[in-house]
Design a protein around this ligand. Structure first.
Ligand code: FAD
Length: 260
């Protein structure tokens, strides 16, 4: 785990309340894998918002940079989205578990909202590992105004996204699950709102396809100390009900481990 005061080297508004930021953080960029995240903080000595760091998925790692896709929800994400070029933040990472592809050949990636972030990293990361897999990316948003530009997705990830919006103003009309044909997929990976993850899990379970889900939970430390991000899970060995920490045992979990 690396702790680095890292300057913003690129910042772009990419959709309504949605920003793309890159930080100069070579050691984190070199180690980060899809599904892992960084805590973005401002240091305890700075008076102001946010006091606690905020978790964000590593969405790209080109040329020693860490790319983040930030959507504004509250004060913390707003502060991050408003960072100026050259301004430094305290990055801690890479943290958490990653998607495990094993020997899967046909991988269906289902992203909701900024749950897109880990799938922006995945294709180039696989290339770097010398690993081949056919990736299909479904990306859903509620409305077209917040859709991350498809050309930018292509530029960052080298992959085309099949876009779905509920208002039908970009891509196909419907939820991302309306585009989900599991035929041929031997692994399903998903990241996004909990309701979507639950639906993905039941689709994959019905089809008998292994599924991994990246879960979001509020957290204060990102490394297992504060125990703020405990969620109910099932122990894979004993089958007992237990709690797991999203920061260290997740954020990526095998779907069957989640006790929803
Ligand atoms: C492992 C992990 C990876 C993440 N990756 C990303 C990422 O790549 N990009 C990104 O933009 N966010 C990501 N998040 C979510 C991000 O950490 C939160 O959006 C952020 O902590 C919000 O902080 P805030 O101070 O802006 O909002 P808060 O003041 O903490 O919350 C403001 C309001 O927004 C709600 N809210 C907060 N987060 C969310 C959310 N994610 N969805 C819906 N409502 C929310 C809160 O319940 C509250 O009502 C990730 C979270 C985790 C745990």
């Amino acid at each position: 785990m690396i702790r680095s005061w890292s300057p913003v080297v690129a910042r772009e508004r990419v959709a309504e309340e949605t920003f793309w930021l890159e930080f100069d953080a070579p050691e984190i960029a070199e180690q980060a894998a899809p599904g892992q995240f960084v805590m973005v903080g401002f240091g305890a000595s700075s008076w102001g918002t946010p006091f606690l760091p905020r978790p964000n998925s590593v969405a790209a790692a080109p040329d020693g940079r860490v790319g983040l896709l930030i959507r504004v929800y509250g004060a913390g994400s707003r502060r991050i989205s408003e960072l100026a070029l050259g301004e430094r933040v305290l990055l801690l990472g890479p943290l958490g578990t990653r998607f495990e592809l094993g020997d899967a050949r046909n991988v269906l990636c289902i992203a909701g909202g900024v749950g897109l972030a880990p799938f922006l990293l995945l294709p180039r990361w696989l290339d770097r590992q010398g690993r081949e897999a056919n990736l299909r990316l479904l990306y859903g948003e509620r409305v077209g105004a917040v859709v991350f530009n498809p050309e930018k997705i292509q530029e960052i990830a080298g992959i085309e996204a099949d876009i779905w919006t509920e208002d039908g103003s970009r891509g196909s009309r419907g939820t991302v699950l309306d585009g989900t044909g599991l035929d041929g997929a031997d692994l399903v990976l998903s990241c996004g709102p909990t309701a979507m993850l639950k639906a993905v899990r039941s689709l994959a379970r019905t089809a008998g396809v292994p599924c991994q889900l990246a879960v979001e939970e509020h957290m204060a430390c990102g490394m297992g100390t504060c125990i703020g991000c405990a969620i109910p899970t099932i122990d894979p060995e004993t089958g007992e009900d237990v709690y797991s920490l999203v920061c260290t045992e997740g954020p990526v979990f095998a779907a069957e481990r989640l006790r929803w």
